[in-house]
Each structure stands twice: as C-alpha cells, then as structure tokens.
Design a protein around this ligand. Structure first.
Ligand code: B12
Length: 393
C-alpha cells in the first residue's frame, strides 16, 4: 500500500533568515506506521508535491495554524482524485472541527500504538471520520527513534551548513505559560521517555547538531541531569528551550554539548538579565524569543526592550507579534475582552497583528515589529550573528 505523508508549506516570519529546519512530527509519526505500509514523505517547504504518484492513501501532517490554508488546498487536490486523506499533528488537534470539514479523517492525539488500527480500517474500507485519543496518552516506551531516513537531508542546509536534526526526550509540560498551547496538547503531566529509548534514538542520528524540542527541559532536576549524562557520550552540540538555572544542571548541560538556548524575553527585569548572564558564564549562547504586544508593553517599553537585548548581548533575537493561538490562556483573555480581530488561519504566522493591543493601535504594533528587527540587527546583521554562533562549535 502506497502512503504519501505531506507536510504543507507555511510562510516564514518576515525578516527571518530563510533557512528551513527538518520537520519532526511527521518523522516521529512515520516511525509508528506499520511495516507493511510503503511510506513516502514530502515536505512542501523544500519540495514539490507529487500529486499524481499513484498513491492509495494520503496523510497530512500540520504543526502550525498557518499551515492550514495550504493543507486544505492540498487535501482538496487529492480528494478530487478520489484519494482518501487523513490529517494529524498539532494544528489538527488545536482545530479538529474545522479540519474535519476539509479531510476524510481527523487523527487527534499521539500516534504511537494507534496506527495499525487506522491503516487496517483504511484497507478494509472502514476509515473512521475521527480517531480521538486526546485523553489517552501512549506509554512513552512506545516512542521509537524517529524515521529520519524518509527526509531528504540535502534540502536542509543553509550556505552549505547542515541544519540541526530535531529530537525529543519527553512529552507534556507542567507549566502553563500564557501564549503556549502545549499543556493542552500533551497534557500538564511531564512524561519523560525512558533513557534507554533516548540513547537508542541518539545513536541513529548522524548529525552532530541537534535541536532538543522538548517544551522546557527545566521540568525535573534529577531527570534533566540524567538526560544530559545520557546525551554526553554522543558528543552532539545542541540547542533547546530553557534549562534550569542551577550550577549542577548547567555544568552537566555543558558537558553534554549545550550550545545555545531559546529564552523568552518579554521584559527588562534583573531576573531576565541574570538568566542570560548565567547562560553566558557557562559558555551557552542565548537566542531570545521576544513577543511584542503584550498588555504590559507600551511603545516606550518595546523600544527599551530592544536596547536591553543589545545591552545584555543576546546572541540572536527572534521577534514575533503576540498571537492568541487556539487553546492558550491569552486566547481566552482576548476573547473574554472582545479583542480578537481575526480568526483567519493564514494570519496566524506570528508576524501579523490579529488582536487589539492594549496600549497602541494594531498598525503601530505592526510597525514596531519591523522596527525591532531592523534595530536589533542594525550593527551586526542576522547572518553574521548566526555565523558567530556557529563558530562557537
Ligand atoms: C519544533 C517546533 C518548531 C520548529 C518546526 C520545524 C519544522 N520544520 O517543522 C520551528 C522552530 C521552525 C518552529 C517555528 C514556529 N513555531 Co513551533 N514548535 C515546535 C515545537 C517545539 C515542537 C513540535 C514537535 O516536534 N512536537 C513533538 C512531535 C513528536 O509531536 P507532534 O508534532 O504532535 O506529532 C505527533 C502527533 O501529533 C502525531 N502526528 C503528527 N503528524 C501526523 C499526521 C498524521 C496523518 C497522523 C495520523 C498523526 C500525526 O504523531 C506524532 C507522534 O505521536 C512545538 C511545541 C511542542 N512541544 O509541541 C512548537 C509549536 C508547534 N510552535 C508554535 C509556534 C507559535 C511557532 C511559531 C509560529 C512562532 C515561534 N517563533 O515559536 C514559529 C513559526 C514562525 C514562522 N511563521 O515561520 C506553537 C503552535 C502555534 C500554532 N497554533 O500555530 C507550538 C505548539 C508552541 C507553543 N508555544 O504553543 N516550531
């Protein structure tokens, strides 16, 4: 049976350096597909979709809300050829009812241990319109090494440098931060993968650079140190979301090859300044992920924030406009206060204003977004800062 798994393209952030990272959800999902299925994968961010490849069944994997308009057009192309389409992934879980209108079947939840049933149903002509495993997380022991061989690795390079490979050591998140929906998706209980499974997967990765995509590594100190000890022998350089601010943890992270972290920076507090200094003291770089347009920020605060980022010598900065994505605390607040301006998924790219800001007009926030990128990278362009970060390793 010929199954085509498609990852629809999405627009990059305006101002962002145009490189593409390899996808993660689709290759983790593909590892759970029964061995009797012949799988081909296409990432439309780097390749053309082979619509007429003689496919029996098509899967759409969608991570971002902004992938949906393209995803639905792709589904339509295949369905008009009489081919059944199933959709899964983060964006499908966040918008299941909407997605349901555009595909034959919606898969809601994590795929491990569930796909034998889906493919058997399809083969027997009994594909269901919805597979709902939202409240039923699989045992993390079932998460095998992601199926990286279905990726065309040559497509994921920038100026001749191979991009990171994505990898995860846990699911779920015990934090519940205002702009984030991961607690809704993977549950508020931290679910680590068994260390022998982590090591098994690391042994299959031929790239020396990784992005550890776990929501936050700072979930459990004992686990974090054990993870770093497991990673150390593989001699990778890796970036990740926040690491716990603790000497023992940071030292273990450095031993294991910590390269840089993505650190949310929404204000100019001493807490944030100290956090950045501590990473730097340990030789760990910091890419700030900066959300513009929170209710706490006036126009002056945004200007001060960008000065602060230069002062604390952030290695890189990624600015986004606050976006009240579905199933987040900030979305609930904006809806309660009647401040949502649009629900058009194509606008949810994180570089467009989709809500009414508290202290300025939507137009002014949009202008400040462009200003922030230009101002931060005025002296040293993004490509040069990226080059410096790469030179560290
Ligand atoms: C990796 C990642 C990225 C990578 C993606 C690389 C790539 N090429 O795809 C990068 C860094 C590019 C990225 C960018 C962004 N991201 Co991001 N990202 C993630 C992250 C951290 C991990 C996703 C992941 O790998 N999960 C683990 C995998 C295994 O889980 P999964 O995808 O759900 O897959 C499982 C199931 O869903 C299922 N499945 C998946 N596909 C399919 C298909 C079928 C057919 C079936 C049956 C099943 C199935 O099987 C899998 C195994 O069980 C998530 C947060 C999180 N922890 O989930 C945010 C997340 C997806 N990102 C988010 C956001 C906001 C962004 C940005 C918009 C803004 C930003 N700067 O963060 C930007 C994009 C900006 C732009 N316009 O370019 C939001 C989503 C918001 C939304 N509703 O759109 C998330 C949820 C984080 C959050 N804070 O809320 N991101």
């Amino acid at each position: 049976m010929k199954f085509l798994l498609v990852y629809p393209s999405w627009p990059k952030l305006e101002h962002q350096t145009p490189f593409t990272l390899p996808p993660h959800g689709p290759i983790v999902m593909a590892a759970a597909i029964p061995s009797w299925v012949d799988v081909t994968f296409v990432d439309e961010n780097v390749d053309e979709i082979p619509f007429d490849g003689g496919w029996d069944f098509v899967g759409l994997s969608m991570m971002l809300t902004s992938q949906q308009p393209r995803g639905f057009a792709i589904a339509q192309e295949f369905m008009s050829r009489g081919i059944k389409v199933i959709a899964g992934g983060i964006s499908v879980m966040l918008h299941a009812d909407e997605v349901q209108k555009h595909v034959d079947s919606v898969f809601y939840g994590e795929a491990e241990g569930r796909l034998e049933e889906v493919f058997n149903d399809f083969t027997n002509g009994k594909l269901r319109s919805r597979y709902d495993y939202s409240l039923n997380f699989p045992d993390t022991e079932l998460i095998g090494p992601a199926r990286r061989l279905i990726l065309d690795h040559d497509k994921y390079a920038y100026k001749g440098v191979r991009m990171v490979d994505l990898f995860h050591a846990s699911r779920g998140c015990r934090f519940n931060c205002y702009p984030c929906c991961t607690g809704y998706l993977g549950g508020r209980t931290f679910r680590p993968r068994p260390m022998h499974r982590v090591a098994e997967e690391l042994a299959t990765i031929d790239n020396d650079k990784l992005f550890v995509v776990d929501n936050s590594l700072a979930q459990d100190k004992v686990w974090e140190i054990e993870l770093f000890k497991t990673m150390a022998p593989f001699k990778k350089h890796w970036c990740c979301h926040p690491i716990q601010d603790d000497d023992e943890v940071l030292a273990a992270a450095v031993d294991a090859g910590a390269w840089y972290v993505y650190q949310g920076v929404d204000d100019t507090s001493d807490f944030i300044r100290n956090r950045i200094n501590r990473y730097h003291q340990y030789g760990i770089g910091v890419e700030g992920t900066i959300i513009l347009g929170t209710d706490e920020q006036t126009e002056d605060d945004i200007k001060r924030l960008v000065e602060f980022l230069l002062e604390v010598k952030l290695d890189l900065a990624e600015f986004t406009i606050m976006t009240p994505f579905a199933h987040t605390k900030i979305r609930e607040q904006m809806e309660r206060e009647g401040r949502m301006l649009t629900y058009d998924p194509g606008m949810y790219t994180a570089d467009k204003v989709v809500f009414q800001p508290k202290h300025m007009s939507a137009e002014r926030l949009q202008e400040l977004y462009h200003w922030a990128w230009d101002q931060f990278y005025d002296d040293e362009p993004q490509t040069y800062k990226m080059y410096k970060l790469h030179k560290k390793i």
